[in-house]
Ligand binder design. Structure first.
Ligand SMILES: O=C(CO)[C@H](O)[C@H](O)COP(=O)(O)O
Ligand SMILES: [Co+2]
Length: 230
């Protein structure tokens, strides 16, 4: 996986048909997804439960490109090996998920994959400064994690701008997760984000039997983000 600051659209399969993940992943990639974003929730760190590493391993077989695994679980350290072995290309853990985030990032990178650090909306970016040499991606949550289809929290745009200034030209992705739409994508792209996770805004109107709307939605979000870059 090479580094590129081009806008990447990462549909979240949280909004896919849970009984048909394989076909859904194939459909979004065929329709232009750059990465596939996989949300893991434990009913403890967040008030919702999705699935674990064996489901990720099953999904992996249907993804040709990047599998981007977002871990909303605490504790996280005991599960890093299992999620890495499931075939993730990127594993993102939350700063708020435990006291040893540096160790968590080390454990992810020890598998030779990219390490992501996610920040809840109420978490300031100050801690990231001391972890810049340990991260390949910073995920700014623009909703409170746990559910798809929530409203974008506008106050996070200034946070993205400050984070971009802090990161400068280092090869670190800024990923936005939550409430990304045609309306909000330009705000975060202009602020310096390059990976846009979108669940409900990508899957709306489509299905595995009718995947064309996925493509139209991905193209519309990408075009809106690119337009903001001039
Ligand atoms: O991590 C997440 C929620 O915790 C999801 O990735 C996110 O909410 C995507 O869904 P939507 O685009 O519908 O907001
Ligand atoms: Co997510």
């Amino acid at each position: 996986m090479t580094f590129s600051r081009d806008i990447k659209i990462a549909p979240s399969i949280l909004s896919a048909d849970f009984a048909n993940f394989g076909a859904e992943c194939e459909a979004i990639e065929t329709q232009g997804a750059d990465w596939v974003h996989v949300d893991v929730m434990d009913g403890h760190f967040v008030p919702n439960i999705t699935f674990g590493p064996s489901t990720c391993a099953a999904i992996r077989k249907h993804i040709k490109g990047v599998m981007d695994v977002h871990l909303m679980i605490a504790p996280v350290d005991p599960y890093i090996d299992a999620f890495a072995q499931s075939g993730a290309d990127v594993i993102t853990a939350h700063l708020e998920a435990g006291p040893h985030i540096h160790r968590t990032l080390q454990a992810i990178r020890a598998h030779g994959i990219k390490a992501g650090l996610a920040l809840n909306p109420g978490t300031p970016i100050a801690a990231v400064e001391h972890l810049l040499d340990m991260v390949d991606l910073v995920c700014v949550m623009t909703v409170n994690p746990g559910f798809g289809g929530q409203k974008f929290i506008t106050s996070q745009v200034a946070k993205v701008q400050a984070l971009r200034a802090m990161i400068g030209d280092r090869p670190i992705h800024i990923e936005i997760d939550g409430g990304v739409t045609v309306e909000t994508a330009p705000l975060v792209a202009a602020a310096g984000a390059d990976v846009l996770v979108a669940g409900s805004a990508v899957f709306k109107g489509g299905s595995v039997g009718n995947p064309a709307p996925y493509g139209a939605n991905i193209r519309a979000i990408r075009a809106a983000a690119m337009a903001a870059l001039g």
